[in-house]
Ligand binder design. Sequence first.
Ligand code: PLP
Length: 398
Amino acid sequence: KKKLAERMGRIEESITIAITAKAKEMNAAGIKILSFGAGEPDFDTPDNIKEAAIKAIRNGFTKYTAAGGINELKDAIIEKEKKVNGVEYKRNEICVSAGGKQNLFNLSQVLFEEGDEVIILSPYWVTYEAIVKYANAVPVVIKASDKTGFVPTQEQLKEAITPKTKAIILNNPSNPTGGVYEKKDLEFLAELALKNDFWVISDEMYESIVYDNYKPVSIASFSKGIKDKTIVVNGVSKTYSMTGWRIGYSCGDSEITENMIKLQSQSTSNPTSIAQMAALEALIGPQDSVGVMRKEFEKRRNYIINALNSIIGITCFKPKGAFYVFPNISSLYGRSINGKTINNSMDFANVLLDEAKVAVVPGIGFGDDNYVRLSFATSMQVIQEGIEAIKEFVSKLK
Ligand code: PLP
């Protein structure tokens, strides 16, 4: 009998892991690596949130909870969505999970099946493609470039829709590009979704990490009609620097929510009781830390964008959100250093790591081979030294 189920052949471990693993090995061997690989804020979780978790442990709040999360946390999420996005949800429209990632996985299993097409916007967060394939549906990838701020054109969107389109996965602001959608882009998308009857999965994980006074708007806020066709996914990981706590949530259609909770009840059960209490404090407690982090990220973004764009051969779109930059390095393809030629984003990342001891993530992992991703969720010192090292590396390419 064969060992592995067929479905395991449909997904791969992220190829971006290869570079991270190599950087870690080099680090362990005593070689100092300047890393732009982080996918999480470099700040500590705020103290009031930690205290809430400690209190939960002391009070014995350490047992199973309702599979889809405790009502107090659901109510805090409802309040937050009402205040920030102007959308009113009921408790039976909220599912709390072990990170937004579990919400997205639940959603894909509840919604997608063989024969369905799901529109994904490239460059994309790699998990979207994996969960669509795992559910036996077909990812339909639309590619947008830095020329349009990584937002697809209306024509591209229209062309991608077929009678089999079940959903579109939207990420605003975007990982890896930091690109954002303007209200008019979302209104157009909302119209398409209603006219062609497909679901919108709106991943708003980076909603509070935005710059230049950009005001994110949730597509679910436009009308009752589009709210009913949208599932919003969000969480506390990025906003409150709580990636390890594993709390995310979804808001939308009660029947879909009920089924997500049903699936969760048969797999992981409730998200950690203690972490739910911490997330509750994050949402209802003082919000100062959010602004402090956002400001620091903006300062770093301004620095890194200017520094990268001063390197001849590299051009970088200025992101309005998240903590990543996604420079275009394709004009360097064909050039070499010490006998190593760079022909794609994986080569660039590999050779840069070998020669300059700088770790970046190859764009191919996000569906576009013309770019690499740099996270600026690291100290200003690492950013300055790292970009200097990249500049020197590029100047040596022949
Ligand atoms: N969505 C995007 C675009 C992300 O970048 C991430 C994390 O990297 C997530 C969702 C999931 O975050 P979490 O599972 O920590 O809530």
